[in-house]
Design a protein around this ligand. Structure first.
Ligand code: SF4
Ligand code: SF4
Length: 120
């Protein structure tokens, strides 16, 4: 048996762990990562383009203060970003928010107000 192997094991005893103490520690966000969407209520005109292009029928237009805005069911969303790409007003953008914790299906439904909150 080579002496090199036991020596490398001893070295590992003093090395920094390869793993992170998540969630206290995490890796930096990857540029262009597609997390949940952010809606700009002021830019949105309520045209139905985002809901029409969504391949998963995850977007439904709902009423808020007398206007129509998108509501997204994140449980159906595959984060393809087509809704962002095709929005004629640039009212939708993908955020880096990936930690989406839900306790029920209803929690996955992001109404316009929830969708317009900045990413955590
Ligand atoms: S987010 Fe864009 S595509 Fe969707 S309803 Fe608003 S303006 Fe239209
Ligand atoms: S990211 Fe894709 S799947 Fe998700 S709501 Fe937008 S168009 Fe639909």
């Amino acid at each position: 048996m080579s002496i090199i192997r036991p020596l490398s094991l001893v070295k590992n005893l003093f090395a920094k762990p390869m793993t992170l103490r998540f969630p206290q520690e995490s890796l930096p966000h990857v540029p262009r990562y597609r997390g949940r969407q952010l809606l700009n209520l002021e830019k949105c005109t309520g045209c139905p383009v985002c809901s029409l292009v969504c391949p998963n029928q995850a977007i439904e237009l709902v009423e808020l203060d007398g206007k129509k805005y998108p509501q997204i069911h994140l449980g159906k969303c595959c984060f393809c970003a087509l809704c962002v790409e095709y929005c004629p007003r640039g009212a939708l953008q993908m955020t880096h928010e990936a930690m989406i914790t839900i306790m029920s299906t209803a929690d996955a439904i992001y109404d316009p107000r929830k969708l317009s909150r900045p990413a955590a």
